[in-house]
Design a binder for this molecule. Structure first.
Ligand code: SAH
Length: 224
């Protein structure tokens, strides 16, 4: 018998949920401070963004392969990039490189409206379908070259790039709102720095947030 409010009436946490909460505690210990980012990552079922054979490893702090030789970014870097955006639930965010859609889903919990771009058609289709099944209706994923940005909805308070670029694409700087942040890995194929650019009333201020490694940003203003 199930008595309301008795200990028995609470279903035990499943293994994925326990692993997810442990992941969030590790992120906290690793220095992620933004509670809204941590809450979002405690809610989004990361294992659903990964092929079934790898699901048991979904909550470890590593990148994992997804289709078409791409990767789902490691939880720490997803948290770090999202935190660096400093966006609120009123803000519009542009994401380049939606891939599995995991980062997009986290952004959908943290910001107001997400416009995400993915250059590989099948990834764009699958991630859009997964987001809809999770009822994250404030995110739109389209397939085209994200290095040109998405001028229709600019300016953006946050722009997050999830692939490494040899330099910062000029269109993304143009589409950044005054006071907004662009977070992007910049460097060679093997050695990149996570850069944050803030647009001020008079120009751009750039900060270096350390080493990182992403797959290539391929497009007109990225790798050829
Ligand atoms: N945030 C994603 C990361 C995927 S890897 C996740 O966690 O799953 C980076 C993605 O960027 C790849 O899917 C790749 O196809 C995509 N990409 C590379 N160049 C791009 C471009 N110019 N425009 C849009 N997407 C691009």
């Amino acid at each position: 018998m199930n008595i309301p409010n008795s200990p028995q009436s609470k279903p035990p946490l499943d293994a994925f949920t326990r692993a997810r909460l442990a992941m969030v505690e590790r992120l906290r210990k690793a220095g992620i401070r933004n509670e809204r980012v941590l809450t979002a990552m405690s809610e989004i079922p990361r294992h659903l963004f990964i092929t079934e054979a790898l699901r048991s490893t979904a909550y470890g702090d590593h990148a994992l392969p997804i289709a078409h030789d791409q990767t789902i970014s490691q939880p720490f870097i997803v948290a770090k990039e999202t935190e660096l955006l400093e966006v609120t639930d009123k803000d519009r965010v542009l994401e380049i490189g939606a891939g599995s859609g995991y980062q997009t889903a986290v952004l959908a919990k943290v910001a107001g409206r997400i416009y995400a771009i993915e250059r590989i058609p099948q990834l764009a289709r699958d991630s859009a379908a997964l987001l809809a099944s999770l009822k994250l209706f404030n995110a739109t994923i389209k397939c085209f070259d994200g290095t040109i940005g998405w001028s229709e909805f600019a300016p953006y308070q946050g722009i997050l790039v999830a692939a490494g670029s040899p330099e910062i694409p000029q269109p993304l700087l143009n589409q950044l709102a005054v006071g907004g942040h662009l977070v992007i890995p910049v460097g060679t194929e093997k050695d990149q720095r996570l850069m944050r650019v803030k647009r001020t009333a008079t120009g751009f201020k750039t900060e270096d947030h350390g080493r990182c490694q992403f797959v290539k940003l391929i497009g007109k203003y990225g790798w050829k």
